[in-house]
Design a protein around this ligand. Structure first.
Ligand code: RIB
Length: 309
């Protein structure tokens, strides 16, 4: 399968903490910070490659060492990087990440070069996008660039997967061109509120977003598994896998990458969500966003070990 990913590349700086600092409070975390590769787009590209797909990334880094290291890391993950541009006047995106004792995270991103990925970059990658079996996007790059990529894919019959993270502050004019929307619970509620709803459950949020024009939706629910729904009336919970989370950073990205490859192979949404869920569960047992991504063989083995969870 060939998958195109339009999205962000960041360097992650992680500090493990006992608890998150409150506003105006200082807390001391672990002795050393960890510098690692991240960015929702890059993480999703690496995950799709780990699941066995041929992946092309359309993105932008700064003209700095962090940018060169990010490209090197993606290449070694098997991602094609010909459409990763180097911006001369901004730095590579940086994410400051805190991870607490439960493995939960709090992330703030300085987008840097991600913010100048333009619709022209999408036009330049037209051949790759239109030849792909699916296109994955997130919201860490300008909305107009996301819109240009979704329009292009939609016009050319390429299925689109949008991970609306971080949550948009305004309605997405291209929502009806999104084939699969993959928010987490918070993002699903935030998006539903943009369309005038105040859902009290993931099921209600899914119904609202389908009414707003989405064809298929998967709401990731962390340790509670996920919910799948579509415009034809499907509404089904997928059970979680029992794991002890060490670091949930990037779990949603691993989910999206594996889901995209499974869907591109023609697997039904429920099957694809089971596989993606297993991959994401394995990923939270390991530190950082993608330092030890599981591959397809590991995911299959893990699923065999947990037939009934
Ligand atoms: O989804 C996790 C990612 O969000 C991190 O790698 C960080 O870079 C931010 O983009």
């Amino acid at each position: 399968m060939q998958i195109a990913v339009v999205g962000s590349i960041n360097t992650d700086i992680t500090i493990n903490v006992a608890t998150f600092a409150k506003p105006n409070e200082t807390v001391i975390g672990a002795d050393n910070y960890i510098l690692s590769q991240g960015g929702k787009g890059a993480n999703q590209a690496a995950a799709a490659a780990a699941s066995g797909a041929q992946v092309h990334m359309i993105a932008q880094v700064g003209d700095d060492d962090l940018g060169s290291q990010a490209i090197k890391s993606l290449k070694s993950a098997g991602v094609h990087c010909e459409h990763i541009k180097i911006a001369d006047s901004s730095s590579t995106g940086l994410a400051a990440i805190l991870v607490n004792q439960d493995g939960d995270n709090s992330i703030t991103v300085a987008p840097g070069a991600n913010n100048s990925l333009t619709p022209q970059n999408i036009t330049a990658a037209k051949g790759i996008i239109t030849q792909s079996d699916c296109l994955i996007l997130q919201l860490e790059i300008p909305l107009e660039t996301v819109e240009a990529a979704i329009n292009l894919a939609h016009k050319n019959g390429v299925p689109t997967i949008l991970n609306p993270a971080p949550a948009s502050k305004k309605e997405l004019p291209f929502l009806s061109q999104v084939d699969f929307l993959i928010p987490n619970e918070i993002e699903a509620y935030d998006m539903a509120s943009l369309y005038g709803d105040t859902p009290k459950s993931p099921e209600e949020a899914a119904r609202c977003l389908i009414k707003a024009g989405v064809k298929n939706i998967v709401i990731t629910l962390g340790s509670k598994g996920c919910l799948i729904a579509n415009a034809e009336g499907l509404l089904q919970r997928i059970k979680p896998y029992p794991v002890k989370a060490v670091d949930t950073t990037g779990a949603g990205d691993t989910f999206c990458g594996f889901l995209a490859n499974a869907l591109s192979q023609g697997k039904p949404l429920a099957t694809a969500a089971e596989e993606a869920s297993a991959a994401a569960s394995l990923s939270v047992t390991r530190p950082q966003a993608r330092s030890q991504l599981p591959n397809q063989a590991e995911v299959s083995e893990f699923m065999k070990q947990h037939p009934d969870r």
